[in-house]
Design a protein around this ligand. Structure first.
Ligand SMILES: Nc1ncnc2c1ncn2[C@@H]1O[C@H](COP(=O)(O)OP(=O)(O)OP(=O)(O)O)[C@@H](O)[C@H]1O
Length: 309
């Protein structure tokens, strides 16, 4: 449903997007995660036909964004990261205005707009002026706007940014509902856990290229070649420390809260062997376990070495 082929964008000599190849199936909710400046908005603006790539192209539902932008626009709902709302409108009028600009008849709009307001939990604000709505409400109104022509594909650039936890949860609920309606959604965020919960797949973008892609579990697995192991020993911790320091695939060993922690880069078989040796060495092992990396750790690991700015 969404495909990018060698998508590249240069601003002068600076490469913001570097040979991005992505393929997102119909009905998928795809989370596009990256630090500030990673290239998320650039990708989305190209997908939304608002900017031409320097090289490569993208297809939405089989239609080339560069060659047939107006056809693409009918298929997509785009929510930019910064949006202007027309403050002098009431919420309902605002949607009516956009509906009309998409050529939706007055009769259809009358039926559709209350449904959209309900979907984004704004029915009670239908008559309120846009400028008095809270940030979360404005964001939901903007989402309703992007849905007015019933697009197959939603391109949502940080829809939950700047929202408080409650408003984020509300936004997440709406997105889940859109998923059940069969929409294909690409959504960006720099907050990985937020996306992890509602996305079928995640792509991690960094410095304009895709660093990892898959389900959250798959991405975590990609990094598990380097596992953090924690060992609890009943006594003789110095002896245990010397033992583990001498073993293959063990590095960065530290003692933390009376337990040994180290990185292990061997395979699962290597790990079984290590454990056997530790037992044979008569270490008084209480426990030997992986420290689960949480999704934030995974993100930091993938984008390691890049300054946040
Ligand atoms: N018009 C422009 N001219 C020059 N450089 C630009 C322009 N637009 C974006 N960039 C640069 O391209 C890179 C990617 O920007 P982009 O907005 O796509 O990142 P992003 O991942 O959406 O970041 P954020 O989360 O901060 O919105 C950044 O280094 C940015 O400074």
């Amino acid at each position: 449903m969404i495909e990018t082929i060698h998508l590249t964008k240069k601003y002068g000599t600076f490469t913001a997007l570097d040979d991005l190849n992505l393929s997102i199936g119909e009905g998928t909710v795809f989370g596009f995660v990256g630090q500030n400046g990673a290239g998320k908005s650039t990708t989305f603006q190209i997908l939304a036909t608002l900017m031409a790539p320097t090289y490569g192209t993208a297809y939405i539902d089989g239609v080339d964004v560069c060659k047939e932008p107006s056809q693409v626009r009918r298929k997509i709902g785009y929510m930019p990261d910064f949006f202007g709302v027309y403050d002098q409108f009431r919420a309902e009028e605002y949607l009516d205005f956009y509906g009309a600009s998409y050529g939706i008849s007055a009769r259809e709009r009358k039926e559709l707009i209350p449904q959209l307001l309900e979907l984004v939990n704004l029915s009670h604000k239908a008559d309120s002026y846009v400028d008095i709505l809270s940030r979360g409400m404005k964001q939901r109104l903007c989402l309703a706007r992007s849905l007015i022509h019933d697009p197959k594909v939603l391109i949502l650039d940080e829809p939950a940014s700047g929202l408080d936890p409650r408003a984020r949860i509300e936004m997440r609920g709406i997105l889940k509902e859109l998923k059940t309606m069969g929409k294909t959604i690409i959504i960006s965020s720099h907050i990985l856990p937020e996306l992890a919960e509602m996305c079928d797949e995640i792509g991690v973008i960094d410095q304009g290229s895709l660093k990892a892609r898959g389900t959250v579990a798959e991405i975590e697995k990609q990094l598990q070649a380097k596992r953090l192991i924690q060992v609890q020993i009943a006594d003789a911790i110095d002896e245990a420390r010397r033992f583990f320091e001498d073993q293959a695939f063990v590095s960065e060993l530290v003692v933390k809260d009376g337990k040994l922690e180290f990185l292990f880069t061997g395979t699962e078989d290597n790990q079984i062997e290590l454990l056997r040796k530790a037992v044979a060495h008569h270490l008084s092992l209480v426990s030997f376990k992986h420290v689960e990396s949480n999704i934030e750790d995974v993100f930091m690991e993938i984008t390691k070495g890049v300054e946040d700015y």
